[in-house]
Write a new protein. Structure first.
Lengths: 329, 373
């Protein structure tokens, strides 16, 4: 065990944990920033993505759900992980479009509290439908060991300068997230479409007066946000167990990422997610520290640390680290 | 609870004979004494209507369990009244009220094990802890309004949950919950589990029910007084238009914080009663975010912005949840149906079931020729 190796492991784990939050937070943040819509069902999109990916990748046996009683003891397409990686974003994109059209749009003019309540209700419905049909048990993902026989996808690889190993899939999660974040950032910053969206954030009325149909870019942005949550479900799936409840548990860190980074800012989401991931992983790996006969164990505080981070940011910089001053809701 | 509707309907039908009766009813309807009397009657009759009547007409109830279910419904009712002060009257949506319910439960439970098991002392300790915590968390969460408030309270809820789950596990029992709660008899000589001897036991049941019933009545009266005080009017003004309230010269932030603390106090009372009833503090039913979610669902279903709506919602939720979830067939889909009903209420009936009932009452009154109010 060398210090360098430990630091590399820490960095990879932190970035990977953060990457999942970043994928979720970008969608949340964009929807909140452009549409002023609070989506408590964003975690549900993550769950939908995870389960859709699971069913596309492999065949699962259903033990406790209604589907087993109805004559489907096993379910799944067995098309493999790569198929899931392509199909799930498209599928969740469509789900997101439907959500914008039928859930979000009727609520744009209603108070924030109603938006939160209706999406919260929707999240419960999604969670409980999966719970009833597929059952409460947890499932694990199978990731192919290598990509087309060339690059390793999963399994341990050695860290340079040390004898520790890490799961190579973590590196893939970071790489996939980075690619997607850059793509979305480019779309928003350098295309006409992104220009319309950004203008709409500033002054939707003016954009409409200029003869631009703002509803369609909004619809697409909602879909993109949803698709990112779906991908988070697929790439995050192999590193955690999947059950119907993960949607709500992941929603809170995702929201904190938005709060820390600043609403409507993609760079803020990346910074916030990375910070949260690093804090969480660092506290876990510090473990027990003895100081002058007093043992203090940091590991149980890992889940608490991210909230402390959020409180500190909020008290010192209420608009988030990279949020603009004018955004206030 | 539903008795007000019945009385209202009774007043409506009587109104045909003597037109002044309906008006007279309207005149006294809002008075504190009327509200108190209706609550006393409701609390007194609830076990009879909810447990004895189904038993009589042949619906098999697990007697003892349904008895405690009525108690539990009242406890949640107190919680819901306090929650509605915040959501319905001030317009603040908190997703972290499990914090106050849960920490009060732990404080009361640990106090009973370490210091004294007197139910009244447990209630005071639990409520005090909840109030102090509501002060701190409200102070931080209210720095940002609207959606941030919901997100921050949700985040604080998770934070407290994780703190009680692991770092404080040596004190709280971690995921097993705190199980050395020791509740003494009420006032030193009335065991809570014993039947009340002076009235037929079909009516009231145990001293536990009396204790919770009194707390419920007090909660309703206090809630009613807060809402009809100048304070309550200010809270409603903030809900309707925060900016205007600010311009009138009101310190909006301070009023919001006070509403948060008061609603935290109600949650603390309810959480302490919950532990006194169960003699156990399960973490999943006290600090988990599902508790925060449940109180939102109950209050919204029952009806935000009314005094009795949340009580109705809590009662209905506890009762229907426990009966329907036991049924074969629908039972497995219960939570799903609940979610759908919740969404439907939010979309179609923003004032909840109580709002729906009020609407019907007004239509009936209108049809009978009373003034439309």
């Amino acid at each position: 065990m060398s210090v360098v190796g430990d630091l590399i492991v820490l960095l990879v784990n932190g970035l990977q944990t953060g990457a999942i939050y970043v994928l979720l937070a970008i969608g949340l943040s964009i929807i909140l920033g452009t549409l002023k819509f609070v989506n408590f069902a964003h975690g549900a999109l993550f769950v939908v993505g995870a389960y859709a990916g699971l069913l596309i990748t492999q065949e699962i046996s259903i033990s406790n759900g209604k589907l087993a009683e109805w004559g489907y003891p096993t379910l799944g397409l067995e098309w493999g992980f790569f198929a899931a990686l392509v199909i799930v974003p498209l599928f969740v994109f469509v789900v997101g479009l439907a959500m914008e059209r039928f859930v979000a749009r009727p609520f744009y003019d209603r108070p924030d509290t109603d938006q939160i309540l209706v999406t919260f209700g929707l999240a419960i419905v999604v969670q409980e439908v999966i719970h009833a049909l597929i059952g409460p048990r947890t499932y694990g993902y199978e990731v192919p060991t290598s990509a087309f026989g060339l690059l390793p996808m999963t399994g341990p690889i050695g860290v340079p300068l040390s004898d520790v190993t890490i799961n190579v899939w973590r590196l893939w999660v970071i790489a996939i997230t980075a690619a997607l974040v850059i793509a979305v950032y480019a779309i928003v910053e350098y295309t006409d479409f992104g220009l319309v969206v950004k203008a709409g954030t500033r002054d939707p009325e003016m954009v409409r007066l200029l003869g631009i149909r703002i509803t369609r870019p909004y619809l697409v942005m909602f879909g993109i946000g949803a698709a990112l949550a779906g991908i988070a479900g697929v790439v995050g799936g192999p590193l955690q167990n999947i059950n119907p409840e993960i949607g709500m548990t992941i929603l809170v860190p995702a929201f904190l990422t938005v709060v820390i980074g600043g609403v409507g800012s993609i760079r803020g989401a990346v910074l916030g997610g990375t910070l949260i991931g690093m804090v969480q992983v660092t506290l876990i790996s510090i473990g027990s520290v003895g100081l002058g006969g007093l043992q203090f164990n940091f590991t149980p505080w890992a889940q608490v640390g991210i909230y402390v981070l959020a409180v500190i940011v909020l008290l010192t910089r209420p608009q988030g680290l990279l949020g603009s001053e004018e955004v206030s809701a | 609870m539903s008795d007000e509707v019945k009385s209202a309907e009774a007043a409506d039908s009587a109104e045909v004979e003597s037109p002044s009766l309906y008006d007279r009813w309207n005149a006294v309807r809002e008075r504190e004494i009327t509200v108190a009397v209706l609550t006393v009657v409701g609390v007194f009759l609830a076990p009879f209507v909810l447990v004895e009547v189904p038993e009589m007409i042949g619906i098999r109830t697990q007697y003892i369990w349904y008895r405690s279910l009525v108690t539990l419904a009242l406890i949640w009712g107190i919680f819901a009244i306090g929650y509605d002060l915040l959501l319905g009257f001030t317009g603040l949506l908190s997703f972290g009220h499990a914090i106050f319910w849960g920490t009060a439960a732990y404080a009361a439970g640990i106090f009973s094990a370490e210091v004294s098991g007197s139910p009244i002392a447990m209630l005071l300790v639990g409520t005090t802890v909840a109030v102090l915590l509501a002060w701190v968390i409200g102070w931080i969460s209210l720095r940002r309004g609207g959606i941030y408030f919901a997100i921050l309270t949700l985040a604080f809820g998770q934070m407290i949950y994780y703190i009680f789950l692991s770092p404080l596990g040596w004190l709280t029992g971690g995921e097993n919950g705190f199980n050395s709660v020791a509740v003494d008899p009420l006032l030193g000589f009335l065991p809570l589990g014993a039947e009340v001897a002076v009235v037929p036991d079909a009516l009231i049941g145990t001293w536990m029910y009396v204790f919770v019933g009194i707390a419920t009545i007090l909660a309703v009266v206090v809630g009613n007084r807060v809402l009809n005080s100048p304070y309550g009017v200010v809270l409603r003004a903030i809900r309707e238009n925060e900016q205007r309230a600010e311009f009138v010269g009101l310190n909006v932030w301070r009023y919001k914080l006070m509403a948060f603390i008061v609603s935290g106090a109600f949650a603390g009372v309810a959480g302490s009663l919950y532990v006194i009833q169960r003699s156990f503090v399960p973490i999943e039913n006290t600090l988990s975010w599902t508790v925060s979610g449940e109180i939102v669902i109950m209050t919204v279903l029952g009806g935000v912005g009314s005094l009795f709506g949340p009580l109705l919602g809590a009662g209905l939720y506890m009762y229907v949840a426990n009966i329907v979830s036991g049924m074969s067939g629908i039972g497995d889909f219960w939570h799903m149906i609940l979610g759908l009903v919740f969404v439907a209420v939010v979309v179609l009936l923003p004032e909840g079931l109580w709002g729906g009932l009020s609407w019907i009452r007004e239509r009936v009154a209108g049809a009978l020729g009373g003034d439309d109010r």
